[in-house]
Design a protein around this ligand. Structure first.
Ligand code: C5P
Length: 248
């Protein structure tokens, strides 16, 4: 069995939202020893492409490629296959693209990994963006609260055969209850006590998110904006480690 410190480290994903490739790669090198995953978003991928994913993966730390795909099933399935070939360990699409699109995403991603002899990536769906509040959710025609909509989309993602979802800290407990212990929950909106919330509205501490049942915590600015990013990541892993010691 892995030591809990190591287990916690593997569950931290550092979001590398930095404006240029040199800064991003330098930050990746600083924090790679402290985290299980490094997250690359749409901005970096559109600007720099698959070669950046490969360079970041070259640090030895897994890459979470956060492209949030959303298109017709055929296009998403083929995009998933291409994304898997970059060697990313976690990939996502939007659950709002529907069940058929999520099935195509899962099938395309899994087939590409098998063909390339790569380990099976975690294929997950984004439920409701944490930037949407109740009014914005209603304005796009979804019924119920953001939490209810997120739960409905998580159940749809599970039915479509995906490994898990991206959800806010507020939604972890209900999704975990409904979708079971093996459903993979990736959770942004994590803030250590005393750090700035930025634009995140619904936040939880690393300890609370782990206790609620998160598998992966996505943390960006509290680490990348810190005076010593590696130390900030270590402090978060320490908090996750104590929380894990109390999770059955
Ligand atoms: O800096 P911060 O910790 O807020 O970064 C969180 C990361 O997670 C960002 O890269 C953001 O794009 C991403 N994210 C999010 N909410 C979602 C999905 C992804 O904050 N629902």
């Amino acid at each position: 069995m892995k030591r809990t410190g190591e287990a916690a480290r593997e569950r931290l994903a550092v979001a590398l939202d930095l404006p240029d490739r040199a800064q991003l790669v330098a930050m990746a090198r600083r924090v790679a020893p402290e985290a299980g995953l490094l997250k690359l978003g749409l901005e970096a991928f559109v600007a720099e492409g698959p070669s950046l994913v490969r360079e970041i993966a070259g640090t030895g730390t897994g890459v979470f490629l956060d492209l949030k795909l959303h298109d017709i099933p055929n296009t998403v399935g083929r995009a998933a296959a291409a994304a898997v070939r970059t060697g990313a360990a976690i990939l996502n699409c939007h659950a709002a693209g529907g069940s058929e699109m999520m099935k195509a995403f899962g099938d395309g991603g899994r087939a590409a990994a098998a063909q390339a002899g790569l380990p099976a990536p975690k294929l997950v769906a984004v439920t409701i963006l944490t930037s949407l509040d109740a009014d914005a959710v209603h304005a796009v025609g979804l019924t119920g609260s953001p939490g209810e909509a997120a739960l409905r989309l998580a159940v749809l993602a599970q039915g479509a055969g995906l490994d898990g979802v991206v959800c806010s800290p507020d939604e972890i407990a209900a999704i975990r209850r409904e979708c079971g212990k093996d459903f993979f929950l990736v959770v942004p909106g994590v803030r250590p006590r005393g750090t700035a919330k930025g634009d995140q509205k619904r936040v939880a501490t690393p300890g609370d998110a782990i206790r609620a049942g998160a598998d992966i915590l996505v943390v960006g600015r509290p680490i990348t904006g810190a005076h010593d990013p590696a130390a900030a990541a270590r402090a978060i892993v320490a908090e996750m480690t104590s929380a894990l010691a109390n999770v059955p």
